[in-house]
Design a protein around this ligand. Sequence first.
Ligand SMILES: CSC[C@H]1O[C@H](OP(=O)(O)O)[C@H](O)[C@@H]1O
Length: 338
Amino acid sequence: MNDTNAHDTVRSVLWRGDRLRLLDQRKLPFAEDYLDCTTPEEVAQAIRDLVVRGAPAIGIAAAWGVVLAARRGRNAIDSALPLLRAARPTAVNLMWALDRMQRAAATDADPQALEAEAQRIQDEDLAANRHMGALGAGLLGENVGVLTHCNTGSLATAGYGTALGVIRAGVSSGAITRVFAGETRPWLQGARLTMWELGHDAIAATLVSDSAAAHLMKSGQVQWVVVGADRIAANGDVANKIGTYQLAIVARHHGVKFMVVAPASTVDMATASGADIEIEMRDPHELLSHAGQRTVVEGAVAWNPVFDVTPAGLIDAIVTERGVIEHPDGNSMRALFA
Ligand SMILES: CSC[C@H]1O[C@H](OP(=O)(O)O)[C@H](O)[C@@H]1O
């Protein structure tokens, strides 16, 4: 069943009154299949399996998981919260959304009240993305080339996207004239998801291998690297998809500006620095095969961290819906998020 609207950006998380419908991102771009969750356990599993992925999107899905629990009764909420919280460790949006739902349930555990809170979380995220898109696009300049990493679009959020929202806004304003998407191994969020989203919006983009990023920046075709985030620490360090850190190093070396785009729900002022952020380690087999086809000799081992940390000193701007932090550090982060 196709729940996407051809004239709007896609929607990956859809509340259907008694179930949560998730666009199964494991099957994109060649199949648009949906997975229906009727229990918080199914939502937690869908987050673990990357049926739904992207920091804001997993927070939104978890919020609806609490609504599904509430429909079973107050005690079900208390058992669902730790289960959902443990689904993935790095994106603080997951914990932020569950904390907010837990506070709401303490006031009123009625399913309809919690459904309204989950809907607010989803609606606020979409509004934030559109605002951040305009703010970020305003920083770009004219006739710029942009390289993005992973997928930070409608699939990873309530819609429109974070870094991809800036790209949507920048293409619309004419500021962006060249878009490059990194493939983002091993899960290929860039190749499979970002290229699909941009094609859906008729935005021309060029796929590059992760290995080509430095050569691309050396060629002068790119003036900005624009990425999302999974957790921003109090000193401005940013955890994001594995490969982001090396893009920041290469960008600085070649005089390419580096922008991080993320809603306030991604900022974690309780975490002092990037050194304190837990980096999710996923199954090494994600590296040992591609599309179900093994690519490495039997017995080989692999190391599969799926996030890394970019130090604040390599970031030119952090764009949030509360405003832009240029050259982020602890002081500028506290000024906006204390
Ligand atoms: C706006 S999405 C933020 C973030 O989430 C992605 O990770 P994953 O695909 O593993 O959920 C990636 O790090 C994006 O930049």
